[in-house]
Write a protein that binds this ligand. Structure first.
Ligand SMILES: [Zn+2]
Length: 316
């Protein structure tokens, strides 16, 4: 009998889940509202119902399911399946893994959402040809996940791989974690938007105003669009963003020397405008050069399914 795996991606707004086989093929998937203001047991009961419905849709029996893997934002203790703290869902020491396992009678493995996406890309996405990969997601913050020898490296009590909170500029921009000058404070989409707004204030004639007539309309795309149209102030924003992103990535390469760095998150939609100069920076500054141990920089390939597939892969 073929074996199947359930992957769950717990978010502050939606819970996405899917049934997949050992090759990462998704047979059925769905999204339900999280309803995060409710007691966690009610949320776990909804997850159980979602899993039963998915098995029915995929026409498989629960007995052929090995277990459930779940990725959740926040600090996770993967050994106990507990969400220690998650500001997105406002969970504090919630044993969601044990609760769901009791409801469905299957083992449940839990990890941080960025770790799950890292494992998904490593197994089935942009990293599938490599055994050591580093995943970095450029969104509201900067998340990360480290896969060594095909296995997730989570650190002591799963608290590691917080690559966004490594300082690249002592005394620099304040970070949500309490330090200043973190990688996240320069390489997140939030940071790119902040710097775009600052540059627009300094350059009232900039084309950036054409793409974002008011400050509220500035996105991570604004400076890229204006730079593409030849705007120099916008190009300076992009150059500075890529310089900081590149320095943060080179730091991580010098510690881990993975075979590939995989980038995810909205900023990656810029493709070559981001990748070409970034690869140049990484090639130039990675310690010892690229001849002996080249490091590839690639864009994630699984999109929104990375977290779900990676969570399922926790059981494989
Ligand atoms: Zn920080």
């Amino acid at each position: 009998m073929e074996q199947y795996y359930i992957g769950v991606d717990i978010g502050g707004t939606f819970i996405k889940a899917g049934v997949c086989n050992g090759q990462g093929k998704i047979l059925a998937k769905s999204a339900i509202p999280t309803g995060k203001e409710r007691p966690y047991r009610a949320i776990a009961e909804d997850m159980a119902k979602q899993i039963y419905a998915l098995c029915e849709e995929a026409k498989i029996s629960l007995s052929s399911v090995v277990g459930v893997g779940a990725g959740s934002p926040g600090n996770i203790d993967s050994a106990t399946g507990t969400v220690i703290y998650s500001p997105n869902i406002r969970w504090d020491n919630v044993p969601i893994g044990a609760c769901l396992s009791e409801l469905i009678g299957k083992p449940v493995r839990l990890t941080n959402d960025a770790n799950a996406a890292a494992l998904g890309e490593a197994r089935f996405g942009a990293g599938k040809k490599y055994s050591d990969s580093l995943f970095i997601t450029l969104g509201t913050g900067v998340g990360g996940g480290i896969v060594i020898g095909g296995k997730l490296f989570e650190g002591f009590r799963s608290a590691g791989a917080e690559v966004g909170h490594t300082v690249i500029h002592v005394g620099g921009e304040p970070c949500a974690c309490g330090r200043s000058g973190c990688f996240e404070a320069y390489a997140s989409a939030t940071a790119l938007i902040r710097e775009t707004k600052k540059a627009m204030e300094r350059a009232p004639q900039s084309l950036m105003w054409k793409y974002a007539p008011t400050s509220d309309e500035v996105t991570g795309k604004t400076a890229f669009d204006a730079a593409q149209a030849g705007d120099l102030a916008a190009q300076a924003v992009i150059d500075s963003y890529i310089l900081h992103l590149g320095e943060g990535i080179v730091n991580l390469i010098n510690i881990l020397r993975p075979e590939v760095v995989i980038l995810g998150g909205g900023v990656c939609a810029q493709g070559d405008a981001l990748l070409v100069p970034l690869r140049k920076h990484v090639e130039k500054y990675s310690y010892g050069g690229m001849q002996h141990a080249p490091v590839l920089v690639e864009i994630a390939s699984l999109g929104n399914d990375a977290g779900l597939l990676g969570a399922a892969a926790l059981l494989m």
